[in-house]
Design a protein around this ligand. Structure first.
Ligand SMILES: [Zn+2]
Ligand SMILES: [Zn+2]
Length: 144
């Protein structure tokens, strides 16, 4: 069952951000839901709001976070509920050509959650840098 939490959303270019109720799906295969304990405020979040990253509004802002794993989806073995974690916006795959050469900073297949968090009306949110942690809980790829 999905759950509803509060999150900070940038709805349009340059508009004031809003506290919105968002829907966080249960984690699917390879995903995890994290209870956010803290999240940094970064200039990149402002860039998102200003439309300086891309036009995929609405954005769920926040990407420099730490928290506690609440639940994990099928096949997730690296983290478990109760683990304290930091969220990594560039979780590398470990198996692509760049990763196998030890050059993971060039990874071709960085991980993000496959499911999308949404507003109450079903509008899909774009999580900032694939994280979206200005929220009580967020859905991420377990590798993140
Ligand atoms: Zn940042
Ligand atoms: Zn890779």
């Amino acid at each position: 069952m999905s759950q509803q939490v509060q999150g900070v959303v940038a709805v349009g270019k340059g508009d004031a951000v809003r506290l919105e109720t968002i829907v966080v799906p249960d984690p699917g295969p390879g995903e995890a839901v994290v209870k956010v304990r803290a999240c940094g405020v970064c200039h990149t979040d402002l860039h998102y709001r200003e439309g300086g990253i891309n036009d995929e509004f609405p954005f769920l802002l926040g990407h420099e976070a730490a928290g506690v794993v609440e639940s994990v989806g099928e096949g997730v073995t690296d983290v478990a509920p109760g683990d304290f974690v930091i969220l990594n916006w560039r979780a590398v795959c470990g198996t692509c050509r760049a990763c196998r050469r030890g050059r993971s900073w060039y990874c071709f297949h960085t991980h993000n959650a496959r499911q999308r968090m949404t507003l109450l009306d079903g509008t899909e949110l774009t999580p900032a840098l694939g994280i979206g942690a200005f929220a009580e809980k967020t859905l991420v790829a377990a590798g993140q």
